[in-house]
Every structure is written in structure tokens, then in C-alpha cells.
Design a protein around this ligand. Sequence first.
Ligand code: CO8
Length: 253
Amino acid sequence: MDYKNLLVEVDSSIATVKINRPKALNALNTETVKELSDCFEKIENDDSILAVILTGEGRSFVAGADIAEMSKMTPAQAKEFANAGMSTFRKIEKLSKPVIAAVNGFALGGGCEISMSCDMRIASTKALFGQPEVGLGITPGFGGTQRLQRLIGQGNAKYLIYTAQNIKADKAYEMGLVQEVVEPEKLYDRAKEIATQIVKNAKAAVSYAKEAINTGNQVDIDSAMKVEENLFAMCFSTQDQKERMDKFLNKGK
Ligand code: CO8
């Protein structure tokens, strides 16, 4: 996969997607958003890839949407740009494979938003999170008003969005926005270790668990239980379920 603003490599069934515009601190312009959309579509269709790590080149994860590009937009262009970002981030969120954000530095605005479309966030001690949009005269536009409150609760989301303050990794951890904080030099290896641990498990079961959690979060509890019931049942049509349960029952024999 060859891109101008992304570096993609696959090793041991794990794809690493690195956003690579370090001169602009990996800010998301239209071109990068399009490349991300194309890249995640290819990953979805590649059966050899079982998990993804999303990270940034240099000292930033993603310092937001590209302000230089955005500053001249008309309302119609802003809507189109927001829509492109939203559908790309939904593609990441709905990917049938787990996506780990390895947050190496700034995760601001669209950067915080793209990290939230991943399944989990592992942060370097150098990471900085925030939704600074209201300071720039705009609201979050790539899903921040919706995903942040679902992840850390409405009070915390309003506290961060209204104040436009940036928070360090340890505070993001306290709020439940990130799952682990590690030293910068250990970040990628730790993300890879987690991805490796995930891909050892049954592919369909991990994928169905993701679908159950994501879908169940959007509906009432009774409908959510039905979603889990159906996906649980679907596991019983997989070879993995049979082999893994047989292996357990026959251990030591
Ligand atoms: N867009 C474009 N360029 C950027 C961005 C950005 N978001 N962030 C940094 N850059 C560029 C700088 O302009 C600078 O370029 P140059 O060297 O050519 O002058 C280069 O990256 C390095 O940046 P700094 O010199 O500013 O580096 P510092 O270490 O001093 O500061 C910061 C780093 C704190 C990250 C600072 O760059 C900053 O505050 N950046 C902006 C962060 C921000 O506000 N992000 C949110 C943007 S809004 C957004 O994401 C909305 C998403 C929804 C969009 C919906 C569509 C309509």
C-alpha cells in the first residue's frame, strides 16, 4: 500500500498504519483523510491482516484537522470535509478487526477524535489529548462531541470540550480515555504486544465481540442483549469454536 501521507507495513498479521506528515505534526488534510479511508478499506478486505496499530511519525500522533486548509472553507466545504472525516473514522470504528491507537504525541482535535474511533488507546508519557476546537471558533467536527461523552461520560466531555484545555497522558488515563501509559521508547512494542495477544484468540470471536460492544452501545439494553445472543450463537458455526473447545476438553489426554 503506497501513500503520500501514510506508511503502512504488515508483520505477523498485524498492520501498522503510520500517519506521515511530520512537518505539519500529522495534521489531517483532505488528502490524508482520503488515504486513510482507502487504506482501511484495503485492510478490511485483506484476510491476512488480523489487527491494526495506528500511530504517527515524529513527535505528534495527529495535531488535528489541517487548520491551514480549514481556515478558508465555506460552510458547504466544511460540511463535506466533516463528512469525509466522519465516514473514514466510522470505517475505522466498524472495521471487523481490532484497531489500537499508539498515541505517541499530540492527539488534538481530529487527532483525539481519530484515536477515539480506535478500539483502545495506548499512550506514551509524551502524549497530549484535547479538543481545542472552541478556541478556534468551531465545534469538534469528526465525532468528538459524540465519542468523547460515550467514552468518559458527559461531564468530563463537556469539561474538556468547553475549556479547550489539553491534558497529559496520566490525566487521560485517570479519565478512562486511555488504557495504558508507557515510556515513549516502549510505546510501539507494547502496542504490538497487545495486538499479538489479541490475534492469538479466535478471529471471528474477537470480531463479533467488537460488533456486540459497538452495536450494543447504541441501543437499549434489551436490544443489546439480543445483539450479543445472536453474535454468541454465530460463534458456534466456526471451526475455531469447535477446535478450541475440543482442545480444552482433551488437554492432557
Ligand atoms: N493544522 C495545520 N498545521 C499544523 C497543525 C494543524 N492542526 N498543527 C500544527 N501544525 C503545523 C504548524 O503550523 C507548524 O508549521 P510550520 O512549521 O510550517 O510553521 C508545524 O506544524 C509545527 O507546529 P508548531 O510550530 O505550532 O509546533 P509547537 O511544538 O510549537 O506546537 C502544537 C505544537 C501545540 C500541537 C501546536 O502546533 C498546535 O496548537 N496545533 C494546533 C492544534 C489544534 O488546534 N488542533 C485542532 C484543530 S481543529 C480540528 O481538529 C477539528 C476537527 C474537525 C474538523 C471538522 C471539519 C470541518
